[in-house]
Design a protein around this ligand. Structure first.
Ligand code: SIN
Length: 346
């Protein structure tokens, strides 16, 4: 289906929807668009892998779902329009500052961020740790581009806005929504490269699910144990933290290269419960003694990495999430003991 056909269908749907009730009395929800597959387009409606992510603007996304007006008074802001692999810490800082400022307004009930799914969990954790508000922040993506048969983006966007407009969604931190289910941004991760039910919090589960545009919560509002807050209102850039994946026979060349490139911290994606080769472990121990922070996570995809002899166990943070938390901790000037407390492994 071409973009023209999408716009035509949207325009017809908009006319039908305009016969309904006005949206003026609905909760205010701001949608921040960053790009990704939810804004992706292809010449073929069966193409779900070779499309261009970040092709459509926020206005097109909003117009394509006139039902948004049934659940909220919606406004949109384009923060970037990139595939999520190109979301930078500069984009994250811009996004966090914009959301913090907007949620302070009394007429705004919540924020939605449209984002590519590949690194969505990293940005979602960043927002969870840097937005100070009891109001809902919902990060949403799609696995199929807007031009695909059965595109999942429009329904995901509608549910995300309905969640951000919901009173029950307050005091839960940032949440990630796709495929009718939503989970805590602190724990959720992408578990499959292509299927639509890819987002899971493997150990902690979902917070709730949707029927139509109604969110159903499984639990009362709660905060992840030990979740810190970082004020980035005056931060212009974040310290470099590199992730190094472990494997058999590994030497210390990648660690040395990361430090030479300017890394101020390193995350090791260790095997099992954060295991490393003897050479890497000795290097990590040496760096730790010098006060250089090394967090040791796991490449297994789930589980807890406990207190380590060398380095700081990452607790429940997978390597990519550990990188976000370590960047923020270093930026804050946190001591070794404080960093350990953030990861829950002291
Ligand atoms: C991306 O992450 O930008 C592309 C993939 C996706 O959004 O699913």
């Amino acid at each position: 289906m071409s973009l023209c056909s999408i716009r035509l269908l949207s325009a017809i749907a908009l006319c039908i929807a305009s016969f309904g009730a006005s949206a003026a009395d609905k909760p205010g929800v701001v949608i921040y668009a960053t790009g990704g597959t939810i804004a992706g387009a292809s010449k073929s409606n069966t193409d779900t892998t070779n499309y261009t992510a970040g092709s459509l603007g926020i206005d097109v996304l909003i117009k394509a779902v006139p039902e948004l007006n049934d659940v909220a008074t919606v406004s949109g802001e384009q923060i970037s329009n990139v595939s999520s692999s190109n979301v930078s810490s500069a984009i994250l800082l811009k996004l966090s500052k914009a959301i913090n400022a907007k949620l302070a307004a009394p007429d705004i009930h919540g924020a939605v961020v449209t984002h590519g799914t590949d690194t969505l969990e990293e940005s979602a954790l960043f927002l969870d740790l840097t937005v100070k508000s009891s109001k809902p922040v919902v990060i949403v993506g799609a696995m199929r581009p807007a031009t695909a048969i059965s595109a999942d983006g429009p329904m995901n966007l509608l549910e995300a806005v309905a969640l951000a407009a919901s009173k029950d969604a307050e005091n839960r931190g940032a949440m990630v929504l796709l495929n009718d289910r939503f989970a805590s941004a602190y724990y959720v991760t992408k578990t499959n490269s292509t299927v639509v039910d890819t987002f899971r919090a493997v150990e902690q589960g979902y917070l709730g699910m949707f029927t139509g545009t109604v969110p159903h919560f499984y639990y009362e509002a709660a905060k992840p144990v030990g979740k810190p807050f970082f004020d980035v209102s005056k931060t212009e850039s974040l310290p470099r933290v590199d992730v190094i994946y472990t494997y058999e026979d590994q030497d210390i060349a990648l660690i040395d290269a990361a430090i030479a490139a300017g890394a101020k911290g390193i995350v090791i994606a260790g095997s099992g419960n954060g295991a490393m080769t003897a050479a890497v472990k000795a290097k990590v121990a040496e760096l730790s003694k010098k006060g250089f922070p090394v967090v040791v996570s796991t490449r297994t995809g789930s589980g807890f990495v406990s207190k380590k002899e060398a380095g700081i166990g990452s607790g429940f943070m997978n390597p990519q999430k550990a990188r976000i938390l370590l960047m923020l901790a270093i930026n804050d000037g946190a001591s070794d003991e404080k960093i350990r407390s953030y990861f829950g492994t002291f």
